[in-house]
Design a binder for this molecule. Structure first.
Ligand code: PAF
Length: 281
């Protein structure tokens, strides 16, 4: 496994040796867990070469302390990537990757202002800036993103469409702990008790998925979900929404034969967690 630390070396390699190889790219912020590794495994299966980036992107953190406390576990990450047969790890520095680059201007069509965007102003602009930059350096054929960051995935698909980039965005299923808790690098900052409490989030989402009918109103279910989650001492919902899976428009009536995504953000103590689940009517 090759480790590359500069943009010049990475783009040089992509424009020469790797040019005619089918390339899969998995962008990450490190603190890797089984969820990330499932993306790497899929990329290794579907491409000639797999490149994983590790870069804690300062531009996408609206909260300074979240950035400063973001877990960094580089030795363990490299070990996991080596075992997963990753070919290249790209670990750039901020002043290198953002050199002579102010970001990618795009019309988010309002998607950056709702749900996550409402509570994390500037977050999606930062995500798009770095993902666009990675794509222009690496020029991958396929790039892999977890469905846990459902809104991020929709916005990246929009960016690729608008910029007409020749990359397939491959959505990958959410990986969960045995308790149902969605895997996330931020889980490393939860205590054992908090992890148990946080698993109530998925239990509630799943119970709603199993029991919801078209006759119910999304509004009533949102009140129910909020109550169920917030009755746990350490949990506080920030938003709960049912939305259309592609446009992310919020849904205020369920329709027969439709698919709806239920998305939530919940504080567990000082840690902000997100999760989502698909409902089919
Ligand atoms: O999902 C993430 O970990 C980040 O938002 C990403 C896509 C690596 C961009 O920094």
């Amino acid at each position: 496994m090759k480790i590359i630390k500069t943009v010049t070396e990475m783009s040089g390699l992509c424009n020469t040796e790797l040019k005619n190889l089918k390339t899969g790219f998995v962008p990450t912020m490190g603190a890797l867990h089984a969820g990330h590794i499932s993306l790497v495994n899929q990329s290794v299966k579907e491409n000639d070469i797999t490149i994983v980036s590790i870069f804690v992107n300062p531009k996408q953190f609206n909260d300074k302390s979240d950035f400063e406390n973001y877990p960094v576990t580089i030795e363990n990450d490299l070990d996991l990537l080596e075992k997963a047969n990753c070919d290249i790890v790209f670990i750039p520095q901020a002043n290198d990757i953002y050199k002579d680059y102010d970001g990618y201007e795009m019309d988010f069509e309002g998607l950056d202002k709702i749900y996550e965007g409402e509570f994390r102003p500037g977050h999606f602009r930062g995500v798009i800036d770095i993902v666009y930059r990675f794509f222009s350096i690496i020029n991958p054929d396929n790039s892999y993103f977890g469905e846990k960051d459902f809104q991020q995935l929709a916005i990246i698909k929009l960016m690729v469409k608008k910029a007409e980039l020749p990359v397939n965005i491959i959505p990958c299923k959410i990986m969960r702990e045995d308790s149902g808790l969605a895997m996330s690098s931020r889980n490393a900052r939860l205590s054992i008790n908090q992890k148990t409490t946080a698993s109530e989030i998925y239990k509630t989402l799943n119970a709603v998925k199993e029991s919801a009918t078209v006759d119910q109103s999304p509004e009533q279910l949102i009140s129910f979900i909020t109550r169920e989650i917030d009755k746990n001492d350490d949990l506080k919902t920030e938003y709960v929404v049912f939305c259309e899976p592609e446009s992310l428009k919020s849904v205020n009536i369920f329709r027969e034969k439709s698919s709806v995504r239920l998305c939530v953000a919940v504080w567990c103590g000082k840690i902000r967690l997100i999760d989502n689940i698909s409902l089919q009517f």
